[in-house]
Design a protein around this ligand. Structure first.
Ligand code: SAM
Ligand code: SF4
Length: 332
């Protein structure tokens, strides 16, 4: 039975959004996500099967989740992803499914994604310069991502959101190039602050670029006009430019703490439910599920994850990483 009342945590936040990591595997090795680029991925047997994911998602929906974003690792590297999305859409009560991808396999999958109902996609792209792209991602796939974007446009995704992690001395000299891309192609380009996640994260204060700085830089060339957010809009502050298509978003995970508006849970690919990206407090749903516990038990665990959702990320100062897991294993 689908809950009529919203799922509310201890701090009166309505929780309606689940980020679902379908795999910890990836075909890129981004410096900010897989810092030393040599990884022990989880054994396949520890990763939730699609069947298990569908079951957990349907229980989350019973509790009040309405939107699911597929992420990873790279969601498009998991075999059978399109079939899984189709089945996801059969769950009653689910209003929207979206996807975050690095775009490497987008050319191959764009039409299928569109056909099976994915309403919006976010593509992560941190440089428009092929050599720099290779440095950041460890792979020479810029051309493939670009073709993926063109195919996504061709099959009708609109708008396409581009996520750019801004890093000083790495890609901060491309901020205005990305703004021009947004205006030229009607993309929604969102600049994200580099976050200290994971034990060996390459984060340090010298690489950090605040959204305030990005705002001032863009504003020195363009007049940014605020755009009102809607219900499922995440934490981005949105702007448009008079007479132009496209949009600019600024996501200040550190400098502009949006925890009081956080509406999300995260399910890792090994079946742990997390209340906060920055907190390693997790509720294991997979073990009890595999032990044959009934839905009532799993629903109680989901409610406990919501109840224990931290008030905020606690990164008072831009200090050391707060969680041991790397981003690719949480699902960013
Ligand atoms: N592989 C897909 C991709 O890259 O879009 C989905 C998973 S990735 C972990 C999700 C998002 O997290 C990406 O937009 C990526 O740029 C972002 N991300 C990863 N590590 C980050 C960090 N340390 N700081 C800020 N954003 C990060
Ligand atoms: Fe892979 Fe995405 Fe992490 Fe880059 S950010 S390594 S593409 S999971």
């Amino acid at each position: 039975m689908i809950k009529k009342f919203p799922l509310v945590d201890n701090y009166h936040r309505v929780i309606n959004y689940l980020r679902l990591s379908v795999t910890d595997r990836c075909n890129l090795r981004c410096i900010y996500c897989m810092p030393n680029r040599v990884f022990g991925f989880m054994p396949h047997s520890e990763i939730l099967t699609y069947e298990e994911m569908l079951h957990i998602v349907s229980l989350c929906i019973q509790q009040g989740i309405r939107k699911v974003r597929l992420t990873g690792g790279e969601p498009l590297v998991r075999k059978g992803i399109i079939g899984f999305i189709k089945r996801l859409y059969h769950i009653k009560g689910l209003e929207e499914v979206t996807l975050t991808t690095n775009g490497v396999l987008l050319k191959r999958f764009a039409a299928d994604l569109r056909e099976c109902g994915i309403s919006r996609i976010n593509v992560s792209l941190d440089s428009l310069r092929p050599e720099r792209f290779s440095y950041i991602t460890g792979r020479d796939y810029f051309g493939q991502v670009w073709e993926g974007l063109e195919e996504a446009e061709h099959v009708g995704f609109n708008p396409i959101k581009i996520n750019v992690v801004a890093m000083k001395g790495v890609n901060d000299d491309e901020i205005l190039d990305f703004v021009n891309l947004a205006l030229k192609r009607s993309y929604h380009v969102r600049f994200i602050e580099f976050m200290p996640i994971g034990k060996q994260n390459e984060w340090n204060p010298e690489k950090f670029v605040s959204i305030d700085k990005i705002y001032r830089l863009i504003q020195s060339t363009w007049d940014l006009i605020p755009v009102k957010s809607n219900l499922y809009d995440g934490p981005a502050q949105r702007f448009r430019i008079e007479g132009k298509q496209g949009e600019i978003g600024l996501i200040g995970a550190l400098s502009n703490c949006f925890c009081s508006r956080c509406n999300r849970l995260r399910l890792t690919s090994e079946g742990h439910l997390r209340g906060c990206l920055f907190s390693d407090q997790e509720v294991d749903l997979k073990t009890p599920l595999r032990q044959g516990n009934g839905d009532g038990h799993i629903l109680r665990l989901i409610r406990s994850a919501v109840k224990n959702k931290p008030k905020d990320h606690g990164l008072v100062e831009y200090g050391s990483p707060k969680c041991a897991r790397q981003m690719y294993s949480i699902g960013g």
